[in-house]
Design a protein around this ligand. Sequence first.
Ligand SMILES: Nc1ncnc2c1ncn2[C@@H]1O[C@H](COP(=O)(O)OP(=O)(O)OP(=O)(O)O)[C@@H](O)[C@H]1O
Length: 309
Amino acid sequence: MALSVKGITKQIRSRKIVDQVSFEVKKGEVFGLLGPNGAGKTTIIRMIVSLMKRTSGEIFINGKSLDKDFKGALNEIGAIVENPEFYPYMTGYQNLVHYKRMSRKPVSEERLWEVAKLVKLEDALKQKVKTYSLGMRQRLGVAQAILHQPSLLILDEPTNGLDPQGIREFRGYLRELAGSGVSVLVSSHLLSEMELMCDRYAIIEKGKLIHIETMAETTTVKQDDRRDILFATDDSESAKQTVEKQLHFPVSIVDDTRILVSAAYKDAAVINATLVGSGCNVYEIHFEKKTLEDRFLELTNHTTGEENQ
Ligand SMILES: Nc1ncnc2c1ncn2[C@@H]1O[C@H](COP(=O)(O)OP(=O)(O)OP(=O)(O)O)[C@@H](O)[C@H]1O
């Protein structure tokens, strides 16, 4: 395991802002910590990177205990917790050389270029950092964080302030990093972004971990999932009557040709057969994909926090 968090708690005065949280991050996995603002995500991350003391619980990074082998465990982490700071009048290369010198582990020149290539900054390394876009700075931050070959990269709200193009690129190289064997722990309250970024995630609410599952489990539609199924036919009025009379599912009309039927995924085939059997041609059946946001709402009965963007 790249990371094992076992029952960590943070109590400030009488309040538990993180309460008995346990989870694991596997090798090469992008793992998300999701939750509304104030849920406790940053506090969990600060305890993992040892910027904050735990009240109780244990943390192991790549098998090394933060309590028993503090230096060894921290060497396994690369993190961007606050905005990364750079020397703006130095080039990207000079900034990386500076970090290379300060690194706890020796870093070769070859490794520096390998990392620059991984975050797609090799061509921009000779430019001064003050000319970098926010996305490029973010990538330089990641390069700096992984120079010493940590097994776990930790990013707190990494796409804050990035534009959609920047976010898409960021996702791309996080995937590449994970492919190269680095595990990633990323926190965010932006569900649509996390859906595209993470392999697995935990939902944190009021300091407690309430659920863990894979993104594939979340977004795969199951036979009994019930929602609006769209059917495109020749004539929505007659299609509506057919479905309502013969199958008794609620139907609403979208326009002249399309209807929405409220039914389970497994019913789509029967509805299709009934429509065709009654002489209604069916041109399209669309079952809306399940999103992380749907799942989040099922599990928490809360607003998603997307409005806080
Ligand atoms: N030093 C502190 N003293 C008292 N309360 C704190 C302290 N640090 C954090 N908290 C409280 O603990 C809760 C969790 O905060 P935290 O920053 O971990 O949440 P978060 O999930 O990261 O939220 P966000 O998405 O807004 O960053 C909040 O209610 C916060 O006010």
